[in-house]
Design a protein around this ligand. Structure first.
Ligand code: B12
Ligand code: SF4
Length: 490
C-alpha cells in the first residue's frame, strides 16, 4: 500500500518556525514499524507552513496514497479537518486514519465528523496498531481484533478495547524510518535537528498533562544499544542537534547518568542535546548528573518549573516533582538549586512556567514573571490550557472559568481561562509584555542564528510603542490579530 503520513503545520509562540522546525517523532516511528512492502512517506507540514495546500496536493499526485494518516494535537484539530476535507475532495476513495493526543483523548470529535470524516482512529501508542491496521486493510478487512483501534463500518463507529502500553523490551518496536521523510529543512536555531526517544511514560500525575489519560502511570525504557543506534541514524541523516522527546527521562536518574556515560563513550557527545527535566531530579542529584549531562553534550534543558508558588503547584499537582530533599527530608522548592546546577555546568535553561491558575492575582502572576526574568535563559511561559480529559480541565470547567472554546487557540500562549481575580486578556497581556523582552535579553545566540526571530518576537510592536508613545495594549491587540491570521494555514 502507499501511505502518506502528515503532521500538522500549526506552531505556537515559543516555537516560531523562522528559527525552530522540529520533526514529529511519532510519524517516523510508525513508518519504521509497518511491513516492509508498504511505500510510506512522512511529511511534516511545519516545514511548509505557508504552502500547505499546494504541498498536500502535490504529494497526493506524486505518491498516490491509498491511505493518509494525520498526527493531531488539540490546537491543530481545525487544521486537521481542513486537510482531511482537502484530501477527500481530491481523492474521495482514500482511507483516512488519525492518531496522536487529540484523536486519542477526544475520540467523539472524530466519530461525529466534526473534525472531518475519518475511517480509523488509532488510540494511544500507534506502532503495532497501525501495522495491524494496514495488514487487515489489505487482507480480510476485519478490524475487530485490533486493540487500540476505532473504525467505521456501515456508517457506524466501533471501538475496540484499549491496547496495553508496550514495555519497549526486545525489538517489537523497531527504529524510526527517517528515509520516509519527503520534506526538508528541520532546524533548531540554525542547526539541523532531529528527535529521538529513550523512554516513554511518567509516574507523576500533573493535572495539566495528558500523559496519564493517554497511557496510565508507567515508565518503560529502550535499551542503550537501541538509543545509540537511533542517535547514530539521526546523525547519518544530518542532525547536529537532537531533542529527546521522552515524557520524563529524569524519573530514573541513575539510568540517565548511565545514558550520559554511554553517549560519551560512543563519541556521540559532539551533538547538542535538548531534554525535558524535573527540577527535583536535577536539584537532588545535580552534583553527579549535571556534569555528566554537560559532558554528554546537553545544552538546553527544558525545566518543568510550572510555578514558584506553593498554592499554584498544589493546584497543578506538581509539588512533589518540584521538591528538594536533603538526607531524605523535604527542604523546599527545588527550582533554584536545579537552575544553579545547570548554570554552573554551562547549560541553558528553557523555563517552563504556567501562569493564570484559578486563584492567581496580578501579584502572583508578576512574581512568576519576575522569577523568569531573573533566572531562566529562554522563557516558555504558558497559560493553563484545558486539554481533553485532563484533571485540570474538569477543575476549570467546574469553576466556570473557561472563557474560550475555540480549540485552535488552545496553543498554550493564548489565555483561554480566567482566574477568579484576573481576566484572561489581562493575564495574556502581562505574559506577552514581559516575555518578549526576556527573549531578547537572554538569548543573543538565538537572535544571531535567526535574526527573523527578533521580528517575530516583536510583531505587533511599532516605533511608537517601543519609545513609549503608544499604549502597549494597542501593540498587544495588533499582535493578537496577526496571530489569528497566522492560524489560517489553509
Ligand atoms: C516532545 C514534546 C514536544 C516537543 C515536540 C517535538 C516534536 N516535534 O515532536 C515540543 C517541546 C516542541 C512540544 C511543543 C508543544 N507541545 Co508537546 N509534547 C511533547 C511530549 C513530551 C512528547 C511527544 C512525543 O514526541 N512522544 C513520542 C511519540 C513517539 O509519541 P506520541 O507523540 O504520543 O505518538 C504516538 C501515538 O500518539 C500515536 N500517534 C501519534 N500520531 C499518530 C498519527 C497516526 C496516523 C497514528 C496511526 C498514530 C499516531 O503513535 C505514536 C507512536 O506510538 C508530549 C507528552 C508529554 N508527556 O508532555 C507533549 C504534548 C504532546 N505536547 C503538547 C502540547 C500542547 C504542545 C504545545 C502546544 C505547547 C504546550 N502547550 O506544551 C507545543 C506545540 C508544538 C508546535 N507544533 O508548535 C500536549 C498535547 C495535548 C493535546 N491534547 O493536544 C502534550 C501531550 C503535553 C501535554 N500538555 O499534556 N512538545
Ligand atoms: S512530570 Fe511531566 S510528563 Fe509527568 S505528569 Fe508531570 S508534566 Fe506530565
Amino acid at each position: 500500500m502507499n501511505v502518506l503520513l502528515l503532521s500538522m503545520p500549526d506552531s505556537f509562540e515559543h516555537m516560531p518556525t523562522v528559527g525552530i522546525r522540529m520533526p514529529n517523532g511519532a510519524l517516523t516511528s510508525l513508518a519504521g514499524n509497518v511491513d516492509p512492502h508498504h511505500r510510506i512517506a512522512v511529511a511534516d507540514l511545519i516545514l511548509v507552513q505557508r504552502r500547505v495546500r499546494e504541498t498536500v496536493e502535490r504529494l497526493l499526485k506524486e505518491l498516490n496514497p491509498d491511505m493518509v494518516g494525520l498526527s493531531v494535537m488539540t490546537f491543530q484539530r481545525k487544521t486537521a479537518k481542513k486537510i482531511i476535507d482537502l484530501v477527500r475532495s481530491l481523492r474521495p476513495g482514500i482511507r483516512v486514519t488519525v492518531g496522536g493526543y487529540d484523536p486519542s483523548m477526544a475520540v467523539d470529535a472524530y466519530t461525529d465528523n466534526s473534525a472531518g470524516v475519518v475511517d480509523f482512529i488509532v488510540r494511544g501508542e500507534g506502532e503495532i496498531t497501525f501495522r495491524e491496521l494496514l495488514r487487515a486493510h489489505e487482507s480480510t478487512g476485519d478490524y475487530e481484533h485490533i486493540a487500540g483501534l476505532s473504525y467505521r463500518k456501515g456508517g457506524q463507529f466501533y471501538h475496540n478495547p484499549d491496547r496495553t502500553v508496550n514495555r519497549l523490551e526486545g525489538e517489537e518496536i523497531g527504529l524510526p524510518n527517517r528515509d520516509a521523510r519527503v520534506l526538508r529543512g528541520y532546524t533548531l536555531l540554525g542547526r539541523p535537528v532531529d528527535v529521538i526517544e529513550t523512554s516513554r511514560g511518567c509516574t507523576f500525575d500533573c493535572s495539566f498533562c495528558s500523559i496519564i489519560e493517554m497511557r496510565g502511570r508507567n515508565f518503560y525504557t529502550y535499551t542503550f544499544d537501541r538509543v545509540l543506534a537511533d542517535i547514530r541514524d539521526a546523525c547519518a541523516h544530518g542532525a547536529r542537534a537532537i531533542f529527546i522527546v521522552d515524557d520524563n527521562i529524569t524519573l530514573n536518574v541513575r539510568r540517565f547518568e548511565a545514558l550520559c556515560r554511554a553517549i560519551i563513550e560512543a563519541g556521540l557527545n559532539k551533538i547538542d542535546y535538548t531534554v525535558q527535566a524535573m527540577t527535583s531530579a536535577i536539584a537532588n542529584h545535580g552534583d553527579t548528573l549535571a556534569p555528566l549531562m554537560r559532558q554528554a553534550g546537553f545544552r538546553y534543558v527544558f525545566l518543568g518549573i510550572e510555578n514558584i508558588l506553593e498554592n499554584d503547584l498544589e493546584f497543578l499537582r506538581a509539588s512533589s516533582k518540584n521538591t528538594e530533599h536533603q538526607n531524605g527530608r523535604r527542604t523546599g522548592n527545588a527550582t533554584l538549586k536545579a537552575i544553579d546546577h545547570l548554570h554552573r555546568n554551562k547549560m541553558y535553561i528553557v523555563g517552563g512556567l504556567i501562569v493564570g491558575n484559578p486563584d492567581d492575582t496580578r501579584d502572583s502572576v508578576e512574581v512568576n514573571l519576575e522569577f523568569a526574568r531573573r533566572y531562566v535563559d529562554w522563557p516558555y511561559i504558558q497559560h493553563p490550557t484545558p486539554y481533553p480529559r485532563t484533571p485540570m480541565t474538569k477543575d476549570f470547567r467546574d469553576r466556570g472559568l473557561i472563557i474560550n472554546e475555540n480549540l485552535d487557540e488552545y496553543d498554550g500562549t493564548t489565555a483561554v481561562v480566567r482566574s477568579k481575580y484576573l481576566s484572561a486578556n489581562d493575564m495574556e497581556f502581562m505574559r506577552w509584555r514581559a516575555e518578549r523582552w526576556m527573549k531578547t535579553r537572554h538569548m543573543p545566540a538565538a537572535l544571531f542564528h535567526s535574526p527573523q526571530m527578533f521580528a517575530h518576537t516583536f510583531r505587533g510592536s511599532s516605533f511608537k510603542s517601543f519609545l513609549g508613545f503608544e499604549d502597549e495594549r494597542l501593540a498587544f491587540e495588533r499582535y493578537r490579530e496577526i496571530r489569528k491570521a497566522e492560524r489560517a494555514y489553509l
